[in-house]
Design a protein around this ligand. Structure first.
Ligand SMILES: [Zn+2]
Length: 342
């Protein structure tokens, strides 16, 4: 069967996502929405949350690169003089963990028990490919384009040289990525107390990845849900990293029944509880359509052609749409679950 999409383009897109997109560096934005509890919306990687307590600060997620980690630390410092005590990592993806080496060494890292294994199995391999092949080739390509432009004062040259310089800096940054073994790990549930605060960490089973955890700021009715929610964007669904759409929907629907007011998604703007329902509905609607088309006798390729990306009203990571379809299609084939009866 001839694929209508190019596999190597997908791999590149996934790697760019996991190691942050160097082509559009925009600023992290501090969101002050609750007493002592802050969000950082990060357009170049995963969103961050931090809670300031009497005895120190707890940060959730580390950004995509060591420089991102340093930026997070300086944003925390702009709000409080208290030291960062704990760094919670929501899941294995590089755009949430690769900023770890930008944090002070004495910060205690907390993650799911499988994160370290998953990091060495997936991230390290991807990072080597990225730093030894993809990025050097990309820079070489830019260099050739720069050499071919005769007029060094032209706008085209200036645009390109800026892109080149940004990527050289980015390359230096990602070379400093160094994973740190978590100090505290758990498999199902962990309660963290600091000062007068309490945070509940839960592993709900695989959804976005094998190791995705939910961070509940239990005195605030706020959760950082990692990449179990992409707000207004197509979600990343990576088969090898343990994606399970059926369980993902179940996790979201269960959480929706809880007393939650604010949701900090892995990507996109921080929002209210409705984000949980919107993410769940996206998968349910798409899965319903795929099952209907499959029952009409269409194969995967025909289904991908028949589904219109514009029907879903999302505007980000559109390249993931056919990947979402493929993952749901494969899961429908491989399970006998009645999908729509949640
Ligand atoms: Zn992720």
């Amino acid at each position: 069967m001839k694929s209508i999409y190019n596999q190597s383009v997908f791999i590149l897109i996934i790697l760019l996502f996991l190691f942050s997109n160097s082509f559009g560096q925009s600023k992290m934005e501090l969101i002050d929405f609750e007493t002592n509890l802050y969000g950082i919306e990060n357009p170049n990687g995963g969103n961050i949350a931090f809670l300031v307590t009497r005895k120190g600060v707890i940060v959730v997620d580390a950004g995509s690169t060591p420089n991102d980690g340093k930026k997070i630390v300086s944003i925390v410092k702009s709000v409080t003089k208290k030291p960062i005590k704990y760094l919670i990592l929501t899941h294995l993806h590089g755009d949430h963990v690769n900023g770890v080496s930008g944090f002070p060494r004495d910060v205690k890292i907390i993650a799911h028990a499988d994160l370290e294994k998953n990091n060495s199995e997936f991230n390290e391999k991807d990072l080597i490919n990225y730093t030894e092949n993809i990025l050097p080739n990309y820079l070489e390509n830019l260099r050739i384009q720069l050499d071919s432009i005769k007029n060094k004062d032209s706008e085209a040259y200036n645009t390109l040289i800026n892109e080149y310089n940004t990527n050289v800096d980015y390359f230096e940054d990602i070379k400093k990525i160094e994973f740190r073994k978590p100090d505290i790990t758990f498999t199902d549930f962990f309660r963290l107390k600091l000062g007068d605060e309490r945070i509940i960490l839960e592993y709900p089973g695989p959804g976005h990845t094998f190791d995705n955890i939910i961070v509940k700021f239990s005195y605030h009715n706020v959760i950082h849900i990692g990449d179990l929610v992409f707000n207004n964007m197509f979600p990343y669904t990576i088969d090898e990293h343990g994606v399970d759409i059926y369980n993902w929907v179940t996790i979201l629907d269960d959480l929706y029944k809880e007393n939650i007011y604010t949701v900090i998604p892995g990507h996109g703007e921080i929002g209210e509880k409705i984000l949980l329902k919107e993410q769940s509905d996206y998968f349910k609607n798409l899965a319903k359509k795929i099952e209907r088309l499959k029952n009409e006798g269409m194969n995967l390729e025909q289904i991908i052609e028949k589904c219109d990306v514009n029907d879903y009203g999302l505007n980000g990571y559109e390249s993931q749409f056919p990947v979402n379809i493929k993952v749901i299609y494969d899961q429908l084939i491989n399970t006998k679950i009645e999908w729509w009866e949640f």
